[in-house]
Design a protein around this ligand. Structure first.
Ligand code: 4GY
Length: 253
């Protein structure tokens, strides 16, 4: 019952490189995860293995031909019910942790189509693709990094892939908020000290400090997340403390 991913790309080596290290490498070796990497060019029927052509209607750049995509699906994943095909593009639904959880629970094989050049022929989306995802509002040169981003985020949700340790951490408290600051040894480094509360051994004070730092970082960098987050009464107190300090700073400027 291991998670099965497949990636369709004209640059298979890019994916192999990243998957050959660290946690993903170990997850694949222990059969918790498998990632099939397929060269789209192998499914181009002409002697030059052509995967792109000029755009109808004109304009800059080349468009990926539909035929190699249809051929690879028909030859490797002919059963519609057993596959989930994901296209990576800036036009897709924004990928986030909720989407990662959904994909981690998916029983079907997950197949990523990685585009290159300007675009992929629309008939691929219309007939083969089940869901389109974007990893962010910027334009990349291809879908390979987005496929790796999603595989990475989903893999660490599979039981056994991480040391079984931190997996609960995010769920318990910081999800929905940004993370708090972390420190390790040495206590004093180049004139910078670790916040005293972290050395106090007072776990309720430490948790309170961490929650306050998490709220502060979220307020500063991701106010959109803070708006969606349901604040408890004690969270509201922390938020008031943060705002008081920032008002004092404003007054002294
Ligand atoms: N952003 N999120 C993204 C992207 C570029 C298909 C070739 C993104 O997922 N993919 O920027 N992809 C690709 C899109 C044609 C360029």
């Amino acid at each position: 019952m291991s998670k099965k991913f497949h990636v369709v790309t004209i640059f298979p080596e890019m994916l192999k490189a990243y998957l050959g290290f660290s946690i993903l490498k170990r997850a694949i070796q222990s059969n918790l995860l498998s990632v099939g990497i397929h060269n789209l060019r192998d499914y181009a029927p002409d002697k030059h293995k052509t995967v792109d052509d000029y755009p109808y209607g004109g304009g800059a750049g080349m468009v990926m031909k539909p035929d190699p995509f249809f051929r690879i699906v028909e030859s490797l994943w002919p059963e519609k019910e057993k596959r989930k095909i994901i296209l990576l593009s800036p036009q897709g639904r924004l990928f986030n942790q909720d989407a990662a959880c959904e994909l981690a629970r998916e029983d079907k094989d997950i197949i990523f189509f990685c585009g290159r050049y300007e675009a992929i022929d629309q008939r691929v989306s219309d007939n083969l693709v089940n869901e389109e995802f974007s990893v962010g509002d910027y334009i990349l040169t291809g879908g390979e990094l987005p496929a790796l981003v999603i595989i990475d985020a989903v893999a660490r949700l599979i039981p056994g892939v991480l040391g079984d340790f931190c997996s609960t951490k995010e769920e318990s408290f910081s999800w929905g908020l940004l993370d708090y600051p972390h420190y390790t040894r040495p206590e004093h480094y180049r004139g910078m000290s670790v916040p005293g509360v972290l050395l106090s051994g007072n776990h309720s004070a430490i948790n309170r400090w961490r929650k306050k730092q998490a709220i502060k970082a979220t307020l500063e960098n991701r106010p959109d997340l803070l708006e969606k987050y349901v604040l408890s009464d004690s969270d509201r107190e922390l938020l008031e403390e943060i705002k008081e300090v920032s008002n004092e700073l404003d007054r002294s400027n």
